[in-house]
Each structure stands twice: as structure tokens, then as C-alpha cells.
Write a protein that binds this ligand. Structure first.
Ligand SMILES: Nc1ncnc2c1ncn2[C@@H]1O[C@H](COP(=O)(O)OP(=O)(O)OP(=O)(O)O)[C@@H](O)[C@H]1O
Length: 591
């Protein structure tokens, strides 16, 4: 709730005005039974049709003013709710962007999407209804009771008994249903997760003809969600019959005692009708209050889910107490005066376990590299290649051992400054909707077209871009779906090159390229890499064999470090990989 407070800043007047107008509307509603009583007792009983018409006019006026109050209140409540929802969504989005891979892995993308969308909508809805009803409903309940006392004190005693009974019923039902709403929301997360996976994997699902299995699984999750909702619905459904029984009993009591007292002349017919009206008003308002509380319960469950994301540690928060050292980061040159070697990166006994994982994905890695070098990383699937390179830009933070750049542990560096030094080309190329120029400029906002074209040239992408008549204005569809896998890979390499990074990381970035293009790409990259440290992850020996240093990974550990020749001579794992790929060639010449 504390967090929510700041979003009401600048909207305080509207926040107060909405409930006040609702209270004004309630005041007018409380007058209606008195006016009707007057019509019956004076107008109808005495046959005074002018009085009846006058009172009808008063009723109409009350209705019109009430309507204006209601519309005004709803307008202000909606404005406040939308303002709060928008602010919350903006800040949550910013928070999600600030989270590290580990936190995103831990929460799960689907639940983050649900929190950004349906949870915040629920909070927004809750605020809207809260502003409209939180004062109005109690105001009517107590106001109607007070008015009943002014009509007839004795009869109103029935109200004093009925209201607590109704309140107990309403609140008991709510207490039972509240925890269940959290369950419903969790199950909704699962349904969203399944939907997302299915949409992302639509082609694979079709290729494997798994539509019916997926449909069944989805149906199971849906049924579970429906079962939770039906269960909560059943409990909530008890509310109406129970409250109506109590109210109808109270109305019967009112009519019975009222009838006797009308006969005795101590009460008028109009007063009995007014009392019944007040009783019905109380019932209607208690029902609204119950709905409001249920809505608020859902909204508060959703708000705590949103808050849970805000409470996750962002990457910046993790880097605590490191301000002075962070100034050291930025680029190779800023270490002048220190004894550390420039352009030097070292892994010192680094081990890494993914959060929630049982076993280490990397164990005791120690190696060093310097600018101008190309470091090849090779190993079987799941041997830890991607994990290793993900540690350099601090996508995950190392807890055991240390990674240093120019002698400064990277955990002491400002994350943004560290990443500014690094260009990453991920395994799965990701492009964003927009033009090719927009995408390439991600690395450097002010890059000239000539620079972009140069990067495309090095990445072996210039030719196919030239073939498209739009050139740099080529429209990239969502996820780059109008491009082939190899084209996307080359564009992501070009994007990283535009950044002119001091460390370039290519994670299996040429896997979709044919051998000739791959070789041409490596050749042109080599010519550019004099001032740069390049990490080249690949499953292909041909891609890493000319690297200055090759790291051979096996089950997260270094099985060997060296050049192609030295590893062939000394590292059994590397020899095996070479033999499996280069076959005869390796065996014959022993290289
Ligand atoms: N986000 C994650 N959470 C938990 N475990 C993970 C995660 N990512 C990878 N792993 C595990 O860490 C190990 C190393 O994975 P990694 O992706 O680094 O391998 P890799 O050598 O890059 O494989 P490939 O060549 O298939 O891409 C694997 O056992 C994998 O199951």
C-alpha cells in the first residue's frame, strides 16, 4: 500500500472528490423513501394529486442531481485509477528491465507478463471501485439506519439486529473466499505460461503433430482453473440466498409489526413503506460492499504479486557499496596509473550454480585473455559454454571465484559501464520491430549510415541488404520473422560491431551460416580485432581452430586450454571432438 501512495501524488483532489460526490448521491438516495412516504401519507391518502405531482417532481430532481453526482464521481475515480495503473505499469516495466537473468529465471516470464497485465488491471479496477464505494456503502448502511430511527424508533430496533447479522454473513463468506483467489491467480499464471509456450512453439507443435496432446494438456490446466473459480464462485454464491433470507425475514417482521401499529394508529402506511425501503437499501449496499471487499481482496492479492517483483533485487542493487571502484570501469584505458595489465581479462577459480539448480554448471575455471586475442570456446552441448560467456557481462553474478578486467573484479564495476564495453551476439538472434537502421543503432545511437554499412560488410550481411531495395530502411517484422536464420545472425553480429565493443562475444553466432560465409566472416572479423578481445563459442572445430587460445569445456570444467596444435597433442577431449568432425584429416597429419 505504501508503494501505491506515491501514484496518488498530483491526484489528491480527484481522489477526495470522487467519494465525496458518491456520498452526496447517497444523501439524495436516503431522502427518496421519505418523499415516497409523504406521497402516500399526504398525497394518496388525502387524494391531493397536486401534492403527488409535486413530490414526483422532487423525485425526478433527486434522480437527476444523483445522476450528475454519480457521473462526476465515476469520472474522477476512473481518472485516478487509470493514473495509478499507468504509473504502476511503467515502474514495473522499468523494474523488470533492471532485473538480472537469475531473477527473471526465478520468477518466470509468464508470471511477469500476468503481473504486468491482468494483475495491474485488477489493481486499477480495485482502486476505481474503492473510490466509488468505500464511503458510499457504509454511509448508506448507517444513514438508512439513522433515517429509520427518525421514522420510527421502535421499528428501527429491527435494523439494529439485522445489520450485524448481515455483516457477519457477508464477512464470513469473504474470509473463506479470500485465500482461494490467490490460488485462482496462480493457476491463471499456469494457463498463461502454457499459452505463451504454445504460441512461441507453434511451428514445432505442428511439425510434431502434437496439437491434440497440447490441446488436452491446455484443457487440463483450464479445467483446473475453472474448478478453482467454480469453487470460489460457490462460496460467494452463498452470499445472496443467505442475505436475502435475513432481509426478507426482517421485512416480514417490519410489515407484521408495522401492520399492527398502523391499525393501532401509531404508524402510517407511508412510514412502513419508508422503513421497508430503508431495509432494502441497506441490503443492496451491503451486497455492493461485499462485492467491493471481494474485489479489493483480489486487487490486494494482485498488488502483493506486483510488489513481490518490486522487491526483487535489481542488478544495480546487487552491486552494493562499490561506488568508488565502479568509477574504474568503463574502458581499458581508464586504469592508467594502476599496475594492472591493460586490456586483460581473467577468470580466477570461477564456479557457478544456477539459482535453484542442484549441480554446478561451471567448476573452477581459471584462464586469462587479453585484447587482440581471439578465444575459442568449444565443448559438447550443455558443457557450460553459454554459461561461461554470460558471466562476463554479468547476466549472472559469480558467487565463487572472481572475474577481473584489468585487475578490477567485475562485480565491483558499474553494470552499465561494463556492458558498454561488451558486444554480445547471442545464440538465438533477436531483432526488434522497426527498420534495419533502428536495429543496428542499438549499439550506438549516433552511428552514421557509413558505419552501419561497414558493420554489415564485416558481418557478411551487406550483400543481401543491398539486394533488398529498401537498404537500411528495410522493415524488420516482429522477431525478425521476415528474415532467414542466417540473415538474422549476420544482422545481430553487425549490430554488435556497430557498438565497437572492446570485448566481443559471439555465442555460436554463425551456426546458421554455410561454411564459406562463416569462413569469410571470421576472416573479416580477424582483420578488425587488433584492439579487441573476442570470445568465439562454437561447436565447430573449423570455427575455433585458428583462435589464439581455445578453451575446451567438459561438464562445466576446463578439459584443456591452448592452441589447436597444443590441444591436439595434449587434450584427449579436444582430439575426440576433432576426430569426430575432421576425421581422417586429423588422424593422418596428427594435427
Ligand atoms: N537458466 C538456467 N537455469 C538452470 N540451469 C541452466 C540454465 N541454463 C543452463 N543451465 C544448465 O547449465 C549447463 C550448461 O548450459 P549451457 O547453456 O552453458 O551449455 P552450452 O555448452 O552452452 O550448451 P549448448 O552448446 O547446447 O548451447 C547445462 O547443464 C544446463 O542444463
Amino acid at each position: 500500500m505504501k508503494r501505491l501512495g506515491k501514484y496518488f501524488q498530483g491526484y489528491k483532489v480527484r481522489t477526495v472528490t470522487a467519494p465525496l460526490f458518491k456520498c452526496l448521491e447517497a444523501c439524495l438516495e436516503l431522502l427518496v423513501p421519505l418523499v415516497v412516504a409523504g406521497m402516500i401519507d399526504h398525497g394518496i391518502r388525502e387524494g391531493d394529486s397536486a401534492y403527488v405531482l409535486k413530490m414526483a417532481g422532487v423525485l425526478l430532481l433527486l434522480a437527476v442531481i444523483g445522476l450528475v453526482c454519480s457521473i462526476t464521481a465515476q469520472y474522477f475515480a476512473a481518472r485516478v485509477a487509470i493514473h495509478v495503473g499507468t504509473g504502476l505499469r511503467r515502474d514495473l516495466f522499468q523494474k523488470i528491465l533492471s532485473l538480472g537473468y537469475a531473477e527473471i529465471d526465478e520468477s518466470g516470464t509468464s508470471t511477469l507478463i500476468t503481473r504486468m497485465t491482468s494483475d495491474i488491471n485488477q489493481v486499477q479496477n480495485g482502486i476505481n471501485m474503492f473510490l466509488r464505494l468505500f464511503m458510499r456503502s457504509p454511509f448508506i448502511v448507517f444513514g438508512a439506519m439513522a433515517m429509520a430511527f427518525t421514522v420510527d424508533g421502535k421499528a428501527a430496533i429491527l435494523f439494529a439486529v439485522t445489520i450485524p447479522v448481515l455483516s457477519i454473513i457477508v464477512f464470513s463468506v469473504m474470509l473463506c473466499s479470500m485465500p482461494l483467489y490467490k490460488k485462482v491467480q496462480r493457476q491463471l499464471d499456469r494457463v498463461v505460461l502454457m499459452t505463451r509456450e504454445n504460441l512461441l512453439g507453434a511451428r514445432v507443435i505442428r511439425a510434431f503433430n502434437r496439437q491434440s496432446q497440447e490441446q488436452e494438456e491446455f484443457q487440463r490446466e483450464q479445467d483446473r482453473l475453472a474448478a478453482f473459480q467454480v469453487f470460489v464462485g460457490k462460496i460467494s454464491a452463498l452470499l445472496n440466498p443467505l442475505t436475502y433470507i435475513v432481509v426478507n425475514l426482517a421485512v416480514m417482521g417490519l410489515l407484521y409489526t408495522g401492520g399492527i401499529r398502523v391499525d393501532a394508529g401509531s404508524l402510517t402506511q407511508g412510514q412502513v413503506v419508508a422503513l421497508v425501503n430503508y431495509m432494502l437499501q441497506i441490503l443492496a449496499e451491503l451486497m455492493k460492499l461485499a462485492d467491493l471487499i471481494i474485489l479489493m481482496t483480489k486487487a490486494s492479492a494482485c498488488l502483493s504479486r506486483v510488489n513481490a517483483v518490486f522487491e526483487l533485487e535489481s542488478e544495480q542493487q546487487k552491486a552494493v557499496g562499490l561506488k568508488e571502484e565502479s568509477n574504474l570501469a568503463g574502458d581499458w584505458q581508464r586504469q592508467e596509473g594502476s599496475n594492472a595489465k591493460k586490456g586483460f581479462l581473467e577468470f580466477d577459480d570461477v564456479s557457478f550454480i544456477y539459482p535453484g539448480s542442484q549441480s554446478a554448471s561451471l567448476s573452477h575455471l581459471t584462464f586469462s585473455a587479453e585484447k587482440g586475442q581471439t578465444i575459442g570456446i568449444i565443448g559438447g552441448t550443455g558443457s557450460g559454454k553459454t554459461t561461461l560467456i554470460n558471466l562476463i557481462p554479468r547476466f549472472y553474478d559469480v558467487r565463487q571465484g572472481e572475474i577481473r578486467i584489468d585487475g578490477v573484479p567485475i562485480w565491483q564495476m558499474d553494470v552499465a559501464a561494463l556492458r558498454a564495453m561488451i558486444g554480445v551476439v547471442p545464440q538465438n538472434p533477436v531483432l526488434f520491430q522497426g527498420t534495419l537502421r533502428d536495429n543496428l543503432k542499438w549499439g550506438k545511437k549516433d552511428a552514421e549510415d557509413a558505419k552501419l554499412k561497414e558493420a554489415l560488410q564485416i558481418a557478411q550481411a551487406a550483400e543481401f541488404v543491398e539486394q533488398k531495395k529498401e537498404g537500411l530502411d528495410l522493415r524488420i517484422e516482429q522477431n525478425g520473422r521476415n528474415l532467414s536464420g542466417g540473415q538474422k545472425q549476420r544482422l545481430t553480429i553487425a549490430r554488435a560491431l556497430v557498438k565497437e565493443p572492446q570485448i566481443l562475444i559471439l555465442d555460436d553466432a554463425s551456426s546458421a551460416l554455410d561454411y564459406a560465409t562463416d569462413a569469410a566472416l571470421r576472416k573479416s572479423l580477424n582483420e578488425q580485432n587488433k584492439e579487441r578481445l573476442v570470445f568465439l563459442v562454437s561447436q565447430r572445430v573449423s570455427a575455433v581452430r585458428y583462435a589464439d587460445q581455445i578453451l575446451v569445456l567438459e561438464e562445466g570444467a576446463l578439459a584443456g586450454v591452448g592452441t589447436h596444435e597444443s590441444l591436439l597433442a595434449e587434450c584427449g577431449v579436444y582430439r575426440e571432438i576433432c576426430q569426430s568432425q575432421l576425421g581422417e584429416e586429423v588422424s593422418k597429419d596428427g594435427r
